[in-house]
Ligand binder design. Structure first.
Ligand code: ACO
Length: 275
């Protein structure tokens, strides 16, 4: 099944939503129109029963070449502060929606990834890229600081020294370096990228979806908390997840303790079976 919003496209197959930046001619630069289309697409996909995992990727040679310098910057600035703020709300809005998405999300970075692209990159829970991909905080190269969260993303994901170098120099890095630095989970040759991401997405689809949402939120939340606050938050998040899907947890215990059909240390319980 396919749906096309012109600047954005998606297909759903075997529990995976493949959502694509779809402006290959413009290297998938994020225009206000694309940002609005992304929000609509995320909205359409989020609670579909046939979607367990969302993968964000790009058509053509780019993942995303960042914000559209013409349509996002020059043209909205022509509309004054009102136009600038509206364009910011629309882009930051879908990245925020993606950060707290109901389903687990994977960035599949197939090519160019610059500047504002770091917003959706960080918004995805996991990230896999092609060795051939190119990443960069290129803002300095045309004279702005990496805004829209990009500096924050660099500091969250990279060491202090690497974040500073990356932001100050504007030098691009390849996929393997991005993986070594921690910008993405893994880098593989482009020809293997989709298979690797499909493999990870399929594994996520086998896990308990209530617990997945609780875990992904917890990993994002606890970073800013004291140990004691995190301990308390996690206790309550766990209890809330348990009460929302008590059966799943009991089934997981049953298959291990009574049935001895799997070992939780080595893999997940079979969600298709309920006693
Ligand atoms: N904004 C607007 N248009 C863009 C952008 C962008 N960010 N990136 C590419 N395009 C357009 C080009 O203007 C060109 O349009 P045209 O065909 O109408 O002339 C088309 O996309 C193709 O671009 P090329 O530069 O010809 O493609 P190439 O494959 O040679 O290079 C690359 C790709 C390296 C991504 C290059 O386009 C580039 O440097 N883009 C800008 C990257 C960038 O710095 N983005 C901004 C980050 S800062 C921020 O997001 C806040």
């Amino acid at each position: 099944m396919a749906n096309d919003h012109d600047t954005v496209a998606y297909d759903v197959e075997d529990g995976i939503a493949w959502l694509r930046f779809n402006r290959p001619d413009k290297r998938n630069a994020m225009s206000p129109r694309l940002n609005r289309a992304m929000m609509v697409a995320l909205d359409e996909l989020e609670f579909r029963n046939d979607v367990g995992v969302l993968v964000l990727t790009g058509e053509g040679s780019a993942w995303s070449a960042g914000m559209d310098l013409k349509e996002y910057f020059r043209e909205t600035e022509a509309n004054g502060l009102r136009g600038i703020r509206q364009a910011q709300r629309e882009s930051y809005g879908w990245w925020r929606r993606l950060r707290w998405y109901q389903k687990p999300t994977i960035a599949m970075v197939n090519g160019w990834c610059f500047g504002g692209g770091y917003g959706p990159l960080f918004a995805c829970d996991l990230a896999f890229c092609a060795d051939e991909a190119t990443f960069g905080l290129s803002e300095i190269n045309w004279g702005i600081l990496p805004g829209g969260g990009a500096t924050k993303v660099a500091v969250e994901l990279l060491s202090f020294r690497r974040a500073m170098y990356h932001a100050l120099l504007g030098e691009p890095i390849d996929g393997k370096t991005a993986a070594e630095w921690g910008l993405v989970n893994e880098s593989v040759p482009l020809v293997q990228l989709k298979d690797r991401v499909t493999d990870v997405a399929s594994k996520l689809n086998e896990r308990n979806p209530v617990t997945i949402k609780a875990i992904k939120d917890a990993v994002r939340r606890v970073g800013d908390m004291t140990y004691d606050d995190a301990e308390d938050y996690l206790l309550r998040a766990q209890e809330a997840a348990n009460s929302f899907d008590n059966d799943g947890r009991k089934e997981g215990i049953r298959q291990f303790i009574d049935e001895k059909s799997y070992k939780p240390g080595l893999g997940a319980y079979d969600r298709s079976r309920r006693s």
